[in-house]
Design a protein. Structure first.
Length: 329
């Protein structure tokens, strides 16, 4: 925008008197500016639908604004609405600014890897529905994107149908901070184990509610405090590495449980059989120490076992664990 000004000296004639930064609830930035003539006026930029609701000329420009926003969204561009109010405090919608904010280069590959490993990925964004669908298409995700109004209706009047629509959705658009918490809560009630990524203060409640809250690199202190995992590297590809390592750990835990049960059965069976058959205790104090030491060595080796992670989410198979036994039993 600054580069588009023919004479940048004109900008020096204006002085910012008051500045209200962007916040995710009101979805706009507002400033009071003093011109060269000494008169003050207000300017605002933010989500087009929010800026439109402020404008007194909404009836005249709404159709044109909606068309511009939809055209930009179809090409994957976000839109900013701009308005101005003179001393009468009557806002006038003056234009739409497009912004290009493409996804990270590794995002598509990361999502594909997560889906291949049995993780269902959902997009949660404050952008408009058309933008969310275009971003989802570019990332190779589904385009079943719900508007945030559906979430709020489901929260006020929860039903099995609304909960199922949230469960089956590929993403959510135009969400408020409280909507993120509601999404996590509904998915958990449907029996899902939910992980969520976020970086802002408004993400903290949902990060805290999720089974695994993940604060991305550069996240705010509030998000870091609420999260279970804090990423130091940029991007989300490290999450895939974490999933793989967690599944390796699960495989080792499973091997440990099976080994301990089988080894306990073996020792108890042989010792009990020896006592009953030969009528004497076959293990001396030194032997007991040796058994304990050698067992610890075997258990330590399980911690470094070269296991292969599963391509699907892991869960305990108690029939396999409790049914394990030495090969000779």
């Amino acid at each position: 925008m600054i580069a588009g000004v023919k004479d940048d000296k004109e900008l020096k004639k204006y002085q910012i008197v008051h500045f209200q930064p962007f916040d995710p609830v009101h979805k706009r930035t507002e400033a009071t500016v003093k011109g060269a003539d000494g008169k003050q006026f207000k300017v605002a930029k933010g989500a087009p639908q929010v800026i439109l609701q402020m404008a007194t000329n909404i009836a005249d420009v709404k159709a044109e604004v909606d068309k511009a926003v939809n055209d930009f969204a179809a090409r994957g561009f976000r839109s900013l609405g701009v308005a101005r109010a003179d001393q009468d405090d009557k806002w006038q919608f003056v234009g739409v600014l497009p912004m290009s904010d493409p996804p990270r280069e590794q995002a598509k590959a990361t999502i594909a890897s997560a889906v291949q490993m049995g993780v269902k990925v959902k997009m949660v964004t404050g952008d408009q529905l058309a933008i969310a669908k275009e971003m989802s298409r570019q990332l190779g995700m589904g385009t079943n994107i719900l508007d945030a109004t559906v979430l709020r209706d489901a929260k006020d009047q929860p039903s099995a149908q609304s909960a199922a629509s949230i469960d089956n959705a590929d993403g959510f658009a135009q969400v408020f901070p409280e909507d993120k918490y509601n999404i996590v809560e509904v998915l958990q009630k449907h029996g899902h184990i939910v992980g969520m990524t976020g970086d802002g203060v408004n993400d903290a409640p949902a990060l805290k509610q999720a089974d695994c809250g993940i604060a991305v690199s550069g996240a705010t202190d509030a998000a870091r405090a609420a999260a279970d995992i804090v990423l130091l590297a940029s991007g989300l590809s490290v999450i895939i590495d974490a999933i793989k390592e967690s599944r390796r750990i699960f495989q080792r835990m499973n091997s440990y449980a099976i080994y301990r049960i089988a080894e306990t059965l073996r020792v108890l069976f042989l010792m009990t059989l020896a006592i009953l058959v030969f009528n004497f205790y076959p293990v001396t104090a030194v032997m007991i120490v040796m058994i304990a030491v050698l067992n610890d060595g075997a258990i330590l080796s399980i911690a470094y076992d070269n296991v292969h992670y599963s391509d699907k989410p892991e869960k305990w198979n108690m029939r396999l664990v409790l049914g394990s036994r030495p090969s000779w039993v």
